[in-house]
Design a protein around this ligand. Structure first.
Ligand SMILES: Nc1ncnc2c1ncn2[C@@H]1O[C@H](COP(=O)(O)OP(=O)(O)OP(=O)(O)O)[C@@H](O)[C@H]1O
Length: 128
């Protein structure tokens, strides 16, 4: 395979991946909420001048939550395709487990956000 062919294939893959993200953001309400929370957390990070480890924790959480939400959407589409939207006990199990994965990562992110920001907010209110 010539170098430019490989390069072209990579560009196409990135294009499709970006399309997947854009489509999901357009359609899925939950990922829009995650995006808004992400923006607020980044603004709070700058306002409270959080340190490098805190930024790293937040970047990991953001990546995990949005990545997991994209996977959840992918699983929902795959299940709908497989069962043609007919009720099926296995479809329920697959979708519920997938939604559960998002919930686990989102809960972990909220806890990390609280550990980072609550002491800073507390200091701002009661010490300043
Ligand atoms: N084909 C099906 N058979 C059985 N249960 C289903 C089926 N489709 C959905 N469900 C049930 O309904 C729930 C919601 O499924 P749905 O596909 O509407 O996801 P959603 O509400 O769009 O989720 P999200 O808000 O995460 O995007 C699932 O978690 C599952 O319990």
């Amino acid at each position: 395979m010539a170098f430019h062919e490989g390069n072209n294939k990579f560009t196409k893959s990135v294009y499709h991946a970006v399309q997947g993200i854009i489509e999901t953001v357009k359609v899925e309400r939950n990922i829009k909420i995650h995006m808004i929370i992400t923006a607020l957390v980044i603004i709070a990070g700058f306002l409270f001048k959080i340190n490098l480890v805190e930024w790293l924790s937040i970047v990991i959480c953001i990546g995990l939550v949005i990545g997991m939400e994209l996977l959840n959407t992918s699983i929902e589409h795959t299940v709908d395709l497989a069962c043609q939207k007919e009720y099926h006990q296995l479809a329920k199990k697959a979708k519920d487990a997938s939604a559960g994965a998002v919930l686990v990562v989102a809960t972990m992110s909220v806890v990390i956000g609280m550990i980072i920001f609550i002491p800073k907010i507390w200091k701002l209110i009661f010490i300043n």
